[in-house]
Design a protein around this ligand. Structure first.
Ligand code: ATP
Ligand code: MG
Length: 136
C-alpha cells in the first residue's frame, strides 16, 4: 500500500551560505522526494523561537534561535513515499560526527548546531511545520 506524505525540510544558514542548496535538492530528488514548494527567506529570532518552541526548555534553545535567524534559509515541502522517515534517514544523525556515510549531515554538516538541514520528526509535526511556513 502506498503511503505518500509531505514533510518540511529547512536548509539552514550554514548550507545556504556555502551555496549547497542545489546539491541538497538533488539528493532529495535522487531519493524520490519531490520538491512541491520552496522559498528562500530570512526569519526573525522571534519566528525561530516560535518554530523551535518544543525545545524552549533546552540549554541550547537561545543559540538555536539565534542561529536559525542568522542568515537566509530555504524552506522546502518534500513529498513522497514515507517522506517523513525517508527525509530523516537522508539527513543523518543530529551531530554530523555521528551521521552515517552519505547522509546530508555527514557530507555537509559542520557541527551539532551548524548541521545544514532540519527535517520534521513526525507526520503531525510535518503538518504543523508546513503550515508555519506555507499558507496551504
Ligand atoms: P532538527 O530539528 O534541526 O531537524 P534534530 O531533529 O536532528 O534536528 P533536535 O533534537 O530536534 O534534532 O534538535 C534541534 C536542533 O537543535 C538540532 O538540529 C541541533 O542543531 C540543535 N541541537 C540539538 N542538540 C544540541 C546540543 N546538545 N547542543 C547544541 N545544539 C543542539
Ligand atoms: Mg528536531
Amino acid at each position: 500500500m502506498s503511503n505518500v506524505e509531505q514533510t518540511l525540510s529547512i536548509i539552514k544558514p550554514d548550507a545556504v551560505e556555502r551555496n549547497l542548496t542545489e546539491e541538497i535538492k538533488i539528493i532529495f530528488k535522487k531519493n524520490n522526494l519531490q520538491i512541491k514548494n520552496h522559498k528562500k527567506i530570512h526569519i526573525t529570532k522571534e519566528e525561530a523561537a516560535e518554530f523551535y518552541k518544543i525545545h524552549q526548555s533546552k540549554p541550547f534553545y537561545n543559540d538555536l534561535c539565534n542561529y536559525l535567524s542568522s542568515g537566509p534559509i530555504v524552506v522546502i515541502i518534500l513529498e513522497g513515499e514515507d517522506a517523513v522517515l525517508k527525509n530523516r534517514k537522508i539527513m543523518g544523525a543530529t551531530d554530523p560526527n555521528n551521521a552515517a556515510e552519505n547522509t546530508i549531515r555527514k557530507l555537509y554538516g559542520i557541527s551539532i548546531d551548524k548541521n545544514s538541514v532540519h527535517g520534521s520528526d513526525s507526520l503531525e509535526n510535518a503538518k504543523k511545520e508546513i503550515g508555519f511556513f506555507f499558507n496551504n
